[in-house]
Design a protein around this ligand. Structure first.
Ligand code: IMP
Ligand code: MG
Length: 188
C-alpha cells in the first residue's frame, strides 16, 4: 500500500519509502560489521517491528536467528499505559547471546526500558542493543541508550511501515501523520 491509497486520511508524509529503506540499509551494514564473529539474535516486538525486521534481514549479509515477542503498552488508544503486558513470550533462547532489539518506535521508552531488563535479567542475554526506526525524544521517560538510531520525529501520532492506528495502516510503505478528523472522536 502506498501513499496514494491513504491520501484522504493523512495530513502529511513524514518519511518516504526511500528514506525508510536507506536508513534500514545503512543500519544493516553497521550491524553486519559490529556483530561479525558474535552470537547475534534479532528480537522483534510484535506487531509494529515486523516491517523493520524483514527489511533489516533483507539488507544484512550475515545470517542470524530471529525471535519475536508480543507486548502491549498502548491498548487501542494513544497513550502508553506504562505497565507492560506480555501477550506472547519470547520464542527463542537468548541466553549468552548478543541481542539486537528491532522496534518500530521509541515513544515514552516504557516498552524498551522494560524489555532490556527482561532480556538481560530474566533471559540472561549477554548484551542488548536496540534499533528503533523512529524515536520521539520529547516524550521520553527513561534514559535509553540507542546504539542504532533511526529517525527522530516530533510528538505526532504516526502511521505506516508497521505502525498502526486501530490495527490499520501497518502495510503502508511510508510513514505519515494522520488527519485529526480520523481520530478526533476518540480524543475528546
Ligand atoms: P513506548 O513504550 O511508550 O515507548 O511505546 C512503544 C510503542 O507504542 C511502540 O512500539 C508503538 O507500538 C506504540 N506507538 C508509540 N508512538 C506511536 C505512534 O506515533 N503511532 C503508532 N504507534 C505508536
Ligand atoms: Mg510496538
Amino acid at each position: 500500500m502506498d501513499i496514494e491509497d491513504v491520501r484522504n486520511d493523512i495530513e502529511k508524509v513524514l518519511l518516504t519509502k526511500e528514506q525508510i529503506q536507506r536508513k534500514i540499509r545503512e543500519t544493516a551494514h553497521k550491524v553486519d560489521e559490529d556483530y561479525a564473529g558474535r552470537n547475534l539474535v534479532l528480537i522483534g516486538v510484535l506487531k509494529g517491528a515486523v516491517n523493520v525486521m524483514t527489511a533489516l534481514m533483507d539488507y544484512m549479509h550475515t545470517t542470524c536467528p530471529i525471535g519475536f515477542m508480543s507486548l502491549s503498552s498502548y491498548g487501542e488508544g494513544f497513550e502508553s499505559t506504562g505497565s507492560i503486558k506480555v501477550r506472547s513470550d519470547l520464542n527463542i533462547d537468548v541466553e549468552g547471546k548478543d541481542v539486537l532489539i528491532v522496534e518500530d518506535i521509541i515513544d515514552s521508552g516504557n516498552t524498551l526500558h522494560w524489555l532490556e531488563g527482561y532480556l538481560l535479567e530474566k533471559k540472561k542475554a549477554k548484551t542488548v542493543n536496540v534499533f528503533p526506526l523512529l524515536s520521539k525524544p520529547s516524550r521520553r521517560k527513561w534514559d535509553i541508550f540507542v546504539k542504532y538510531p533511526g529517525y527522530e520525529i516530533e510528538d505526532e501520532f504516526v502511521i505506516g511501515f508497521g505502525l498502526d492506528y486501530k490495527e490499520c495502516y501497518r502495510n503502508l510503505d511510508s510513514i505519515a501523520v494522520l488527519k485529526p478528523s480520523v481520530y478526533q472522536q476518540e480524543r475528546m
